[in-house]
Design a protein around this ligand. Structure first.
Ligand SMILES: Cc1cc2nc3c(=O)[nH]c(=O)nc-3n(C[C@H](O)[C@H](O)[C@H](O)COP(=O)(O)OP(=O)(O)OC[C@H]3O[C@@H](n4cnc5c(N)ncnc54)[C@H](O)[C@@H]3O)c2cc1C
Length: 610
């Protein structure tokens, strides 16, 4: 007989777990797990860990420290044990509250000082029985996460009911919600912010609404192109006429198209190295990069290590580092080379992601903004989205999930978490995540980026034969600017980024200080005209509590080959979406949409089985 045990956190453990009556009740409650059940599959690795460490089972080890026993007992319990423990826990909480209020109970209680099953159900918010009961006030201090109270949920008392709870209203969450709603499921989207779009956001500069988050689209990004078409929005080709400026190794060059303008030998060397990356990337299976023949070898070096081994040309080296910052918002020494290869293949190629204009990743923008696309889906789902509703905890058992948000508790068959990995990790899961997923998420930090817009009376650089594209290997900006003006006659708009270490250095510095720095850089390249700014706007993504960095999270060296496999594996009834979980266009809007499609399909498939 396999005994599983455990749930709840150590902090809630109370001495009753180690008492004799408790142990005997627990032994009665323990049942063998159905080996085909969802819970059984999810809990398998934990059972083995537990059995290896404590082969005689819970409650028979006097040598296990009390606190550890308590934590073991509460991490994974079959239903009867969970129920028993939860009821015990609730009774303890109620007694404590009763004691604190001098024996006074809620005026909706069944009887003063007497706690019955109905009270317990109400406190636990369990399903229809609980929903049918009157509400009960619960202390707002009951649960906290990072100092923010989630007691609101408890105050609301009754759990609401949906088929599927979707956490996050970025493109991945909106897509999953849309697909499930179309399939006839009752959905709710819980969004922490007061708007949809997540890493896609609208801002205003010189009277124009622009994207201060995700913005460009490419020809093979078919899912976002489908949506743009469906909503009747207009694609604006990226301006690419004229000379580009590249700064590398403290030298400045001018070229057009894909040429850097460094001279034949250096241009050829850059093409050779970028081409080699693209050739190697074809050896990385998109759905399982950890299965590449050289996965371990590539994963235990950084992109920087590989660059340094493959070219000694200082201009090429500087440009590779600058491009890495621009594409991944992380420094080349922070990124696993295996992940770098995966990312380049996932987004067509290194050459495509490094380029601007037709045939590259930065081919078009959307006149009505990319945020406008998200807003359209938001309008469609209007009533199903609950804003300002950060999710703090998700628990599950054989029959469903309970999602605890600041605005209330939701019960559902499934949850889909559509968050960037570092934010998904801030949610408290019961049972806890598998070690593989936990480790993977812990080693996937967000990149850092500040996106800025600068407006002028006219795009003066065009008249001088420049495309407006400036890239550099110097901090803080590697993609200093690209032209996003809508006409030659004005106004002129340049859009640029402070990325990776540059983003870290300038995050939190304040908009005025960043404006001064950005204009200083533009004047370095375009002269005094660049100081005649009519408006400036920027978005500091690392300071945003619901992104904590951007564009996306990337695994550090060594992680993808050891824990990468966990990236899409559902945690029982909790499924995962978000651009980082996509095999195609990971890190991009299109990847986010594809991940939402996949997660919705996974859940619908389970309805077929459940
Ligand atoms: C400056 C910048 C430029 C970019 N440029 C491009 C580009 O040109 N082209 C491109 O394709 N991509 C670009 N990207 C990337 C693109 O924007 C993202 O890949 C995509 O938007 C991610 O969508 P998502 O749904 O995976 O995640 P998100 O958009 O991050 O959605 C997650 C949502 O969850 C919410 N949330 C977080 N925590 C909680 C919680 N606990 N409870 C409830 N809700 C929560 C967040 O508020 C957010 O709305 C850019 C990103 C940035 C920041």
């Amino acid at each position: 007989m396999i005994y599983s045990a455990m749930k709840l956190s150590i902090s809630r453990a109370t001495p009753f777990f180690s008492t004799k009556p408790f142990r005997s009740k627990l032994r009665h409650a323990l049942t063998p797990l159905d080996s085909h059940s969802c819970a059984s599959r999810t809990l398998k690795p934990f059972r083995f860990t537990f059995l290896r460490k404590y082969p005689r089972g819970v409650g028979q080890h006097s040598s296990i420290p009390k606190m550890e026993q308590a934590s073991l007992l509460v991490t994974f319990a079959p239903r009867k044990v969970q129920r028993f423990l939860t009821v015990r826990r609730a009774r303890h909480r109620l007694r404590a509250r009763e004691a604190a209020s001098g024996g006074e109970m809620s005026d909706q209680g069944e009887g003063r000082g007497v706690w019955g099953r109905r009270d317990l159900l109400r406190i636990l918010g369990t399903g229809a029985a609980a929903a049918a009961l009157p509400r009960v006030a619960v202390s707002a201090a009951a649960k906290t996460n990072e100092g923010t109270s989630s007691g609101q949920a408890a105050q609301d008392g009754e759990a609401k009911r949906a088929d599927i709870v979707i956490v996050g209203a970025g493109f991945s969450g909106l897509t999953a919600a849309r697909a499930l709603a179309k399939a006839g499921k009752r959905i709710v989207v819980l969004e922490a912010r007061n708007r949809v779009g997540g890493r896609v956001k609208a801002g205003t500069i010189a009277g124009r609404t622009v994207d201060v988050g995700g913005m460009w689209a490419a020809a093979s990004q078919t899912r976002i192109l489908d949506l743009i078409k469906e909503f009747g929005f207009q694609l604006v080709p990226q301006f690419e006429k004229g000379k580009n400026i590249t700064e590398a190794n403290h030298r400045r060059f001018e070229g057009s198209g894909n040429a850097f303008g460094w001279g034949k030998a250096t241009d050829q060397e850059a093409a050779r190295v970028i081409g080699k990356v693209d050739t190697l990337s074809k050896e990385v299976p998109l759905d399982a990069p950890w299965k590449a023949a050289k996965a371990r070898e590539w994963d235990t070096i950084s992109a920087e290590d590989w660059f340094a081994k493959n070219t000694t040309n200082p201009e090429v080296l500087g440009t590779l580092r600058g491009l890495t910052r621009g594409i991944l918002t992380a420094d080349a020494y922070q990124i696993s080379f295996l992940y770098f290869l995966f990312y380049m293949r996932s987004g067509d190629s290194f050459l495509s992601q490094a380029g601007f204009g037709q045939g590259t990743t930065q081919a078009w923008t959307v006149r009505e903004t990319m945020h406008g696309v998200a807003a359209k889906i938001g309008e469609e789902l209007k009533d199903a989205i609950v804003f300002e509703s950060p999710v703090r905890a998700i628990s599950q058992n054989e029959s469903g999930v309970t999602v605890d948000a600041d605005t209330g508790k939701w019960e559902a068959d499934f949850a889909i978490v559509c968050l960037p990995p570092p934010l998904a990790l801030r949610i408290q899961y019961t049972p806890i995540l598998t070690p593989e997923r936990e480790i993977l998420l812990q080693h996937m930090p967000m990149g850092s980026v500040i996106k800025y817009w600068v407006a002028y009376e006219k795009p003066f650089w065009r008249a001088r034969g420049y495309s407006g594209l400036i890239t550099s290997d110097e901090l803080p900006s590697n993609l200093i600017c690209a032209d996003s003006s809508l006409s030659d006659s004005g106004p002129g708009f340049l859009v640029g980024f402070m990325e990776a270490r540059g983003g870290v250095l300038w995050s939190g510095a304040g908009k005025d200080a960043r404006r001064t720095e950005v204009v200083r850089q533009l004047v370095r390249f375009f002269g005094a005209d660049a100081a005649q700014v009519i408006d400036y706007e920027d978005q500091d993504w690392p300071s945003d509590p619901w992104s904590r960095g951007c564009y996306m999270a990337s695994p550090a060296p060594g992680i993808l080959s050891s824990a990468g496999e966990a990236i899409r594996v559902p945690h029982g009834r909790v499924h995962w979406a978000g651009t980082e979980t996509s095999d195609r266009w990971a890190g991009y809007i299109d990847g986010a949409i594809r991940s939402g499609d996949r997660a919705a399909a996974e859940v619908l498939a389970k309805y077929g089985k459940v």
